[in-house]
Design a protein around this ligand. Structure first.
Ligand SMILES: Nc1ncnc2c1ncn2[C@@H]1O[C@H](COP(=O)(O)OP(=O)(O)OP(=O)(O)O)[C@@H](O)[C@H]1O
Length: 305
């Protein structure tokens, strides 16, 4: 009987990268172990300097790991990339400014032997209407879309995108993700790095949280959402006693900061608590905020240690 072994799209073992400069050593990635099955849509989420780009560069074979290994589709990165089964949209890497959008797509398509896909890919990535524009005249967001089109030309099995919406406004971002959604079908693996929790929430089924070169959480995006679903409410009271009283509203309420008669609380049921603060507890100057990604990282890193 034949045994079918399913190849992982990406497999990282003890992946480590240390950059040495004349003065210091920066441990950008600190021993990551990770398996991404084919067909999964995965977000690498993390603040600046978390190690997302370095990890992606190692997956693509653009940087050599200091220790450990990266495999993509069961192959060494350079082999996988040259097979045309892996494409990337990177932050760096320029386009030729004097060429038009259509010329750019045409040149790369002919290099891949995919000239038949030019019109389809341009249409799908919304480039048809700016086909004659010179690349140098395109906005940052439009240039990102050109890179995206180039990455789609070979019809790759694995698509890797490093902050693909950098430089796009809210509308352009929305449009980009709606195009992406239709591209992420038929078993294509999509891995993207982002700073935006919202992008991970809306698009990825799995989110890998990175902080300071390590994975601090890895799971279904919906679970992550739960984890940071609480709210912070800040309010002023007529007396400190009133603020302390308010903290007894329910078990989820915790005082996180106090400054005289101004208090900050964390709680789960923010709507009900806000109503009680303004009514029952006679609070004023109420502010409600969601925990930032940074807050979540601090919490998760604390939990992990
Ligand atoms: N070539 C390099 N030489 C020295 N340090 C580097 C180099 N590349 C990255 N680093 C450092 O490694 C750490 C991780 O950087 P990396 O770019 O991977 O993070 P990131 O999560 O992608 O951040 P961003 O969201 O800002 O792109 C940072 O501290 C960065 O300064």
């Amino acid at each position: 009987m034949q045994t079918l072994i399913k190849t992982e799209a990406v497999s990282l073992t003890g992946l480590t990268k240390t950059f040495s400069t004349s003065r210091t050593k920066v441990q950008a990635v600190k021993g990551i172990d990770l398996q991404i099955p084919t067909g999964q849509i995965v977000a690498f989420l993390g603040p600046n300097g978390a190690g997302k780009t370095t990890t992606i560069d190692m997956i693509l074979g653009l940087t050599k790991p200091t220790a450990g290994a990266a495999k993509i589709l069961g192959l060494d990165p350079p082999q996988a990339v040259s097979s045309g089964r892996v494409s990337a949209v990177l932050q760096t890497g320029g386009l030729l400014r004097d060429m038009t959008v259509k010329e750019t797509v045409t040149v790369i398509a002919s290099m891949h032997g995919k000239s038949d896909r030019i019109n389809e890919v341009m249409e799908r990535t919304g480039l048809t209407r700016i086909a004659k524009r010179r690349v140098g005249k395109c906005s940052g967001g439009e240039q990102q879309r050109i890179k995206f089109a180039l990455a789609l030309l070979p019809d790759p099995d694995v698509l890797i995108l490093d902050e693909p919406t950098a430089g796009m406004d809210v509308m352009a971002r929305r449009e980009f993700w709606s195009t992406m959604r239709s591209e992420a079908t038929q078993g294509r693996t999509v891995i993207f790095a982002t700073h935006y929790l919202e992008e991970a929430q809306n698009f990825a089924e799995r989110t890998i949280l990175m902080s300071q070169g390590k994975i601090v959480a890895d799971g279904a995006t919906a679970e992550l959402r739960q984890l940071i679903s609480g709210r912070t409410l800040s309010a002023s009271f007529t007396s400190e006693d009133q603020g302390e009283q308010a903290a007894t509203f329910d078990q989820s309420v915790q005082i996180t900061e106090r400054n005289g008669s101004r208090f900050a609380f964390q709680c789960q049921n923010s709507d009900r608590f806000a109503a009680a603060l303004l009514g029952e507890y006679q609070a004023y100057d109420l502010e409600i905020s969601s925990p930032s990604l940074e807050d979540a990282f601090i919490q998760l890193t604390k939990d992990a240690s």
